[in-house]
Design a protein around this ligand. Structure first.
Ligand code: PRX
Length: 652
């Protein structure tokens, strides 16, 4: 074991503020504080400099242009995400470096390693197969795949030919799949027969089949993973292994305009209907590349492990595009962290000599519960840097991650960002620091942002407000909601106008400008790092015909961060029972998937309403959190509140 690094403490009174060591400063890409002033004085020049590292078929004519809800980056430039992820490294003579390591869940199966050349060949073959299936530039393609190499291959193949992908998390229900395919009009989807989860084969094809019914999907490509017997629909379904078998491995990358759509990713807004977040090619590529490089101190030869699923933005940017554009090795793990035992993550770190680990606070809290003995069994000294994402991290989880996983040697990079931002936005840099438990840090250089009050006035240190991002917007920021630009405007630019993006996150900063994210200020929950609207759970429950009215609010949870709590009014004559509770849970499972399952269902006779009949979710939220319910004078039925207090306690 190397000696634990002496962390420099600039201020001896601040024991928990960590600064980079001299060794880290020397090794990493940027360690001079001046970068902030330079980049923020001229964000266009800053991002353009990163853009120059990438390959452009044609260089851009203009760096940035602003118009309300129509800001653009690298205007007139032509590039391709897949070319930058693969061909660029092969041309530089690095084609034999390992691009991807796949660790299957069953331990008896061998890990798969693909070099950049091999990954390139597979991507090209599949891209040609997609063309043979009729996919053209601009056509949306659905991807409903588990954590197997083909997930990365399929995404790369789509962007290679200019067909925007729309990845749907494999644990999402068939209904979620259908809604998304209908919305984006995908005619082709890629799925698998199944995958392994907690030692058991899961049948994914069944959900895919149900999901493509009554959707525009005409062709289903099925990757053979588990070898399970699955029905194949004649004329619609084809095996992935068959279509790539004879496909040519020559597939020049399409020259995409910077502003062309590279992918859509659906995420929860405040309504029941998820929105298709649109990401471009040039701007997205540049920020994905630059943030992966600087935030995670990424170098060739690094084995970078982002434990998110490819179905989330974190998987898009930091499993696939970010590490590959940097020529690093990305690790993809198929299964569960507790199979065959709760040491699996650490076994993987040791086996593949993972250099950077990027995971979520929910996972860290779970590891703490499982006990220090699990990480202690393995050699984790290959780790140089740790990342966290997805939800606010608590101090205890941070310290445990730092000491037990990082051995006190690794900086923790706490990255705040969103599906909409496409790439990291707020976090301190490894060579500059500081690393402070539960504090994300400063906006990335070139990202202009501040904490504002509700009227848009910037707030001083330690004053709670809302985080906003200013124009020139960072290049990866979404360009809109697919098919609903009115919603785009209303959601992000109604608050502070077109030049200030409203994040929906509460935040405050210290005197040095380090930002603490306090969480969503809208009706979006963060359940075990999964983003979910309370309205989605409500509309799922409302599909059960025993339900007459329903309201869902979030409640803090020790392990998962937040969980949904549902207040349900049953139709006349129906008595609450455990069977109905189970049935309602099953309804949520079917409509959303397990992520949406309420932690508690409270059967009520009445819920607090305003005189105009609107459910007062604010009061319900206070009730489940044991907080003061506040002013009830505007309610039509204030007596409902006391009754509910009892019910919440008794129906735990
Ligand atoms: O509330 C913030 C929280 O996750 C939300 C975005 O969720 P999603 O679009 O699913 O993307 C998650 C992965 C980028 C944000 O509005 N969030 C994300 N990262 C952090 C965070 N909250 C606190 N600290 C973070 N590091």
């Amino acid at each position: 074991m190397p000696d634990a690094i002496q962390w420099v403490k600039k201020d001896p009174n601040k024991e928990d503020v960590f600064w980079p060591t001299a060794e880290l400063k020397q090794r990493t890409w940027v360690s001079d504080e001046a970068i902030y002033d330079q980049a923020n004085a001229d964000p266009e020049a800053f991002w353009a400099k990163h853009a120059e590292d990438l390959h452009w078929f044609k260089k851009w004519d203009k760096t940035y242009e602003f118009a309300p809800q129509a800001y653009k980056w690298f205007i007139g430039g032509k590039t391709n995400l897949s070319y930058n992820s693969l061909d660029r490294h092969i041309e530089a003579g690095k084609g034999d470096n390992i691009a991807l390591i796949w660790e299957p869940e069953p331990i008896k199966e061998e890990a798969v390693k693909l070099t950049y050349k091999q990954l390139h060949e597979r991507v090209c073959k599949f891209a040609n197969a997609l063309k043979d299936l009729g996919v053209k530039k601009g056509d949306a393609v659905g991807i409903y795949l588990p954590m197997i190499p083909e997930a990365v291959i399929a995404m790369q193949a789509c962007v290679r030919i200019g067909a925007p992908h729309s990845v749907v998390f494999s644990a999402f229900s068939s209904e979620s799949l259908r809604d998304r395919m209908v919305d984006c009009g995908a005619k082709v989807i890629i799925t698998a027969d199944g995958y392994y989860r907690r030692g058991k084969p899961i049948n994914l094809k069944k959900s895919a089949d149900a999901g493509v019914e009554d959707s525009p999907v005409k062709k289903v490509v099925v990757v053979k993973r588990t070898g399970a017997e699955v029905p194949m629909t004649e004329g619609r379904d084809v095996w992935y292994q068959d279509v790539v078998a004879n496909a040519s491995s020559d597939c020049p990358a399409e020259q995409m305009d910077s502003e062309d759509l590279s992918f859509l990713l659906y995420t929860s807004g405040t309504t029941g209907k998820p929105k298709g977040i649109m990401h471009t090619t040039g701007g997205y590529a540049v920020q994905a590349y630059a943030t992966a490089k600087w935030n995670f101190d990424m170098h060739e030869g690094d084995v970078f492990w982002c434990t998110a699923d490819v179905g989330w933005i974190t998987g898009h940017t930091y499993i696939n595009y970010g590490p590959l554009m940097n020529g690093a090795t990305t690790l993809v793990y198929e299964g569960s962290p507790d199979t065959p035992d709760t040491g699996r993550f650490w076994a993987i770190v040791e086996k593949h000599k993972v250099t950077q680990l990027y995971t979520a606070p929910t996972a860290i809290r779970m590891f703490i519960k499982w006990g220090d003995e699990w990480p202690a069994k393995y050699d984790l000294t290959s780790l140089r840097l740790l990342g966290t994402v997805g939800e606010p991290i608590n101090v205890d989880a941070w310290m445990w991650y730092f000491n037990v996983v990082g051995g006190g040697r690794c900086p923790i990079i706490d990255t705040w960002w969103q599906t909409e931002t496409g790439a990291n936005m707020v976090n301190n840099l490894p060579g500059i620091g500081p690393f402070i438990p539960a504090i994300a840090g400063r906006p990335f250089p070139g990202v202009l942002g501040d904490i504002l009050d509700s009227g848009g006035t910037p707030l001083g240190p330690n004053e709670g407000g809302y985080l906003a991002i200013f124009s020139p917007f960072p290049p990866a920021l979404t360009r809109g909601i697919y098919g609903d630009m009115d919603r785009f405007k209303a959601q992000y630019f109604a608050e502070y106008g077109p030049e200030r993006y409203f994040t929906s996150d509460g935040a405050r900063r210290d005197e040095a400008g380090n930002i603490r994210i306090t969480g969503r200020v809208d009706d979006v929950m963060n359940v075990a790092g999964h983003r979910l609207a309370t309205a989605e759970v409500e509309s799922a429950l409302a599909q059960n015909d025993k339900v007459s009215e329903v309201a869902v609010v979030s409640r803090p949870h020790g392990l998962k961060g937040e969980v949904p709590v549902a207040f349900v009014l049953l139709r006349g004559g129906i008595e609450p029972s455990d069977d109905i509770r189970k049935e309602l849970m099953a309804t949520v499972n079917q409509v959303i998937g397990p992520t949406g399952r309420p932690d508690q269902i409270v059967f009520a006779h009445d819920v607090p309403k305003t005189r105009s009949g609107k459910i007062m979710r604010r009061v319900l939220k206070a009730l489940v959190r044991n907080e003061p319910v506040g002013d009830l004078t505007t309610l039509q039925n204030p007596e409902s509140v006391d009754q509910l207090k009892e019910l919440v306690r008794h129906q735990e």
